[in-house]
Ligand binder design. Structure first.
Ligand code: S3P
Length: 434
C-alpha cells in the first residue's frame, strides 16, 4: 500500500449537513447473507471501503456473482446455502477483523478447504476467540499461534453448542451463528454484555427462524435464506469523528444525516452528554429494520468524567475519538473496562497514549483504559500505527491544537471511511496530505 501522511491544522467552526458512508458491520453481513441466500439481494448504501470490498472479492472467489450498478450499490446473485465453491487461492481479508472472523464461521461449515489471510495488522490479531468455539462445534481450523492465516478444513460435520463468550464481541457471536446455519441442532450464544445485533436481525429479515433478545441468540441449522433487499444506514462509527469534532471546536453546529442508531453502537452519545455535550437526535425513524436519525451537534464546553463501565461495550470503536474529547475537556477523565481496545487494528490504548503524549497531553495508560487530564493540545508528530481510527482521531485533535499535528501512515482510513479528507475539509477541517 502506498504510504500516505497527513497534516491537520487548527480549523473550524464546523458547519453544515454531513453524510458519512455506509455502515461497515451491516455491509459485511449483507454481502455474506446475500451470497448464501436463494435469489438476488440488492444492497443500497454499501460501504465502498477496502474492508468490505475485500469481503466481496472473497465471495467472488467462492463463486458468487456481484453487479455494481453504481457506487454504494451491489446486486448479489445468491448461490444458496450450499452453493459456494472452494478456491485454491488464499482468501485475503486485508485489514478486516470482521471479514475474517465472520468468514471463519461461514467457511467452517463448507465441504471445501479455505485459507484466510490478512494484512500486517490483521495478522497480529487474536483468532482463537472464534476458532476455539468453532472447534467445539466440530470445525477443524488451524491458526498460526492463534493468529492468521487460518486454514479451514472443509467437510467437518458441525453440531450446535451453547457458548458463553468470555468477552462481549459481535464478531464471535456472528461467527458462531454463521457456522450454526450449517450445524445439526441448535446453536446458542449467551453474551456477557449485549453486542450489536445486525447478524440476528438480518437473519430474521432473510427468513431464517431465530430467537434473540439482547445478549442471547439461538438458531437451528438446516433452514433456507431468501434474498431480501438491504438498506445500509450511515455508519455511526464514522459519524463519531464529526460528532466529537463539533463538540470541541467553538462555534460548531453540524447535522449528521440519517445515521444508524442501533442502541449497541451509540454509547459515545451517552459518554459525551455526561461530559456536557450538546447533541440532539432529530428525524428519528426506521430504515431496513434499523433505527436511524440526524445527529445535531453544537459546540459546548466539555468536562472530565469517570466513564461508567456499562457504556464501554456500546462504544467500543469510538474510544480513540473519546480520548481526544477527554484531552480537551476541563478536568480528568478515567476510562476502565476497555481492555479489548488493545486487540483492535492497533493497540488503541497505547496508540492514543503515545500520540496524545507527543502533543503534550497528560495521559496515564491503564491495562484496561487510561486517565486523561484535559488541557491545551500542542502540535506534534504522531504515528497512526496503520489504524484508521487513530489517524482520524488525530485529524480531529489537530482542529484545536496550538500547532500542526503531523499524522504518519493514514492510508488505512480507506478501509472504513473513503473520502474522509474531502468531507472533513468541506465541513471546516484544515487537513492536507503531507
Ligand atoms: C464488529 C464488531 C466489533 C467492532 C468491529 C465491527 C462487527 O468488534 O469493533 O469494528 O461488525 O461485528 P468485536 O466484536 O471484536 O468487539
Amino acid at each position: 500500500m502506498r504510504r500516505v501522511d497527513w497534516t491537520s491544522r487548527a480549523g473550524g467552526p464546523l458547519r453544515g449537513g454531513i453524510v458519512v458512508p455506509g455502515d461497515k458491520s451491516v455491509s459485511h453481513r449483507a454481502l455474506m447473507f446475500g451470497a448464501i441466500a436463494e435469489g438476488v439481494t440488492h444492497i443500497r448504501g454499501f460501504l465502498e471501503g477496502e474492508d468490505t470490498r475485500a469481503t466481496a472479492a472473497i465471495l467472488g472467489q467462492l463463486g458468487v456473482r456481484f453487479e455494481t450498478p453504481s457506487a454504494g450499490e451491489r446486486v448479489v446473485h445468491g448461490v444458496g446455502l450450499h452453493g459456494l465453491r472452494g478456491s485454491v487461492e488464499v482468501l485475503d481479508c486485508g485489514n478486516a477483523g470482521t471479514g475474517m472472523r465472520l468468514l471463519a464461521g461461514l467457511l467452517a461449515g463448507q465441504a471445501f478447504d479455505s485459507t484466510l489471510v490478512g494484512d500486517e495488522s490483521l495478522s497480529r490479531r487474536p483468532m482463537r476467540r472464534v476458532t476455539d468455539p468453532l472447534a467445539s462445534m466440530g470445525a477443524s481450523i488451524d491458526t498460526t499461534d492463534g493468529k492468521p492465516p487460518l486454514r479451514i478444513h472443509g467437510g467437518a460435520a458441525l453440531h450446535g453448542v451453547t457458548y458463553h463468550p468470555p468477552v462481549a464481541s459481535a464478531q464471535i457471536k456472528s461467527a458462531l451463528l454463521l457456522a450454526g446455519l450449517y450445524a445439526e441442532g441448535f446453536t446458542e450464544v449467551v453474551e456477557p454484555h449485549p453486542t450489536r445485533d445486525y447478524t440476528e436481525s438480518m437473519l430474521k429479515a432473510f427468513g431464517w427462524p431465530i430467537d434473540y433478545s439482547p445478549g442471547r441468540a439461538r438458531l437451528e441449522g438446516g433452514h433456507v435464506l431468501r434474498a431480501v433487499d438491504v438498506d445500509v444506514p450511515a455508519d455511526f462509527s464514522s459519524a463519531a469523528f464529526f460528532v466529537v469534532a463539533a463538540c470541541i471546536v467553538p462555534g460548531s453546529d453540524v447535522r449528521l444525516k440519517a445515521v444508524g442508531l442501533n442502541p449497541r453502537r451509540t454509547g459515545l452519545l451517552a459518554a459525551l452528554r455526561l461530559m456536557g455535550a450538546d447533541i440532539v437526535v432529530e428525524n428519528e425513524r426506521r430504515s431496513g429494520g434499523e433505527p436511524i436519525g440526524d445527529l445535531v451537534v453544537r459546540y459546548a464546553p466539555l468536562h472530565g468524567v469517570e466513564l461508567p463501565l456499562e457504556v464501554v461495550p456500546d462504544m467500543i470503536d469510538e474510544f480513540p475519538a473519546l480520548f481526544v474529547a477527554a484531552a480537551v475537556a476541563d478536568g480528568t477523565t478515567t476510562i476502565r473496562g476497555a481492555a479489548e481496545l488493545r486487540v483492535k487494528e492497533s493497540d488503541r490504548i497505547a496508540s492514543m497514549a503515545s500520540g496524545l503524549k507527543a502533543c503534550g497531553v497528560s495521559i496515564e495508560e491503564l491495562p484496561d483504559g487510561a486517565i486523561i487530564r484535559g488541557g491545551p493540545i500542542g502540535g506534534g508528530h504522531i504515528d497512526s500505527h496503520g489504524d484508521h481510527r487513530i489517524a482520524m482521531s488525530f485529524a480531529i485533535a489537530g482542529l484545536v491544537a496550538s500547532a500542526p499535528i503531523a499524522i504518519g501512515d493514514c492510508a488505512n482510513v480507506a478501509t472504513s471511511f473513503p473520502g474522509f479528507m474531502e468531507l472533513a475539509n468541506g465541513a471546516g477541517f484544515h487537513l492536507v496530505q503531507a
